[in-house]
Structure formats: C-alpha cells, structure tokens
Design a protein around this ligand. Sequence first.
Ligand SMILES: Nc1ncnc2c1ncn2[C@@H]1O[C@H](COP(=O)(O)OP(=O)(O)OP(=O)(O)O)[C@@H](O)[C@H]1O
Ligand SMILES: [Mg+2]
Length: 242
Amino acid sequence: MSLLKVSRLSKQFGGLNAVQNLSFSVEEGMIFAIIGPNGAGKTTTLNMLSGLLTPTSGTIALNGQDITQLTAAARCHLGLGRAFQVVQPFPEMTVEENVMVGALFGARQSKQLALNQTHAVLEQTGLLRLKDTSADDLTLLQEKRLEIARALATHPSLLLLDEVMAGLRPKEAQEAVELIKTVNTSGVTIIFIEHVMPVVRDLADQVLVMDYGTPIAEGSYHEVTQNPQVIQAYLGTDEDAA
Ligand SMILES: Nc1ncnc2c1ncn2[C@@H]1O[C@H](COP(=O)(O)OP(=O)(O)OP(=O)(O)O)[C@@H](O)[C@H]1O
Ligand SMILES: [Mg+2]
C-alpha cells in the first residue's frame, strides 16, 4: 500500500482549473518531486494535501485512510507536516519557541516531551546554537531551516516542502539538500516542489511534472528531463536559451 494515494484530484477557482484530474502515489521512504512552470498548480496541489484547500473533486488517502475531508490539524496529527513557499515563522518569538509551537501542536504531548522533541529537531536542523535568537534575526538559509524544523517538530511521517531552496545561493542550497537527505534517512517520506533542477536531480527518486493543472509526465529525473513534452512546456531547449 502506498503511503499517499491521490486520485483524480481537481481544484477550480471560479472558472480556472488550477488542478485537473491529478493522480499519483508516493511510496513510504521516497523523496518525490513536483515540478512545472509557474502557475502549473503545484502549490495548489500541496495545499489540498495539507488540508489548506478543499478539492473540488477527487480523493486523498494517507496510509489507506481517506483524509480528503479532514482539517489540516487532523492531518497533522496523522503525520502530515508541511513547510511553506513563503517562510512564515512567528517573528517575535525565538527559534526555540517557534519549533516548540510545532512540537506542542503536532503530537499533543506534554510540555517536557515537546521540549525534548524541540531540542532533537533543533540539533538535526543545525539550529541548536541559535535557539535563543529571535526569528526576526535569522539569515534566509536559517529561516528555511527553521521552517523545516517547525514542520519536523510535528513529527511527520510525510513532509511537504514548497520551494524551500528559493532565494538560496548554490552553496546554501547544497546545505539544504543535505538537510533534506538527513531528514529522509531518519525515516520521513518527502514531497517537494522545486524549480532548481540540480536540486531535483540530487534529491528526487520520482518526479511528477505538471503543466496547466494537469500531469504531463512522471518518472525518474532522467526520464522526465528527456521527455519532449516536458522540454517544451518547462525545461526549454538549448536553442531557446541561445
Ligand atoms: N486562492 C486562489 N484563488 C484564485 N486563483 C488561484 C488561487 N491560488 C492559485 N490560483 C491560481 O491557480 C493556478 C495555480 O497556482 P499555483 O500557486 O498552484 O501554481 P504553482 O505551480 O505553485 O506556481 P509557482 O511555481 O509560481 O509557485 C494559477 O493560475 C494561480 O493564479
Ligand atoms: Mg507555488
């Protein structure tokens, strides 16, 4: 059984079909990428997975359980964690407090357990020495780490990441790639949206390509980047670049 199974998912905004008839499965332990041009429906898809948006039609199953009608909070308790395209920590709180919110919210656990969990996550994400720093004062890379840490603190089995590399310099992006690999190795399945293709190549076991709300290809990085439809819709050719 797949960890996540999405069946014929659609989302309309007024007359716009943001996502149309999208089906895919994600196996446990996998790193799964969603790519495609701006406006392809990637974030909308992630928002339906996390429960931020209600699908117009279709179903989402986690571990065989239909979660389509569940709230974001209920999904979080079932092991669905997410980080946002636009980083949104509580700016007036410290790094530790921000992660603590996730730990308390996700697992409904005691304060002491949540604190232990918080410290484990801060260590894993390389933020322990910054725990008393105000979220306001972080660099972009540190903010991204905090965004991942907050999601991890909810103890997800499936982590959803929306463009966590955006705005990072290549060296910083490489650090973020290593962090995501570490998180995955610790037993967390990952779905991520990304425009930076070397990152997709380095991380993804499976790649889904969307265009105008519909899936146009799915396969390994190598397979989808050779696909003529994907090259035309998204990657472009060397001639385009010239
Ligand atoms: N809340 C909304 N109301 C109306 N239209 C929306 C809403 N959210 C997204 N859209 C539209 O739905 C389409 C898909 O948007 P979405 O944000 O999912 O794209 P994306 O693939 O994440 O793009 P990007 O790579 O730019 O982040 C776009 O045409 C967008 O303008
Ligand atoms: Mg998006």
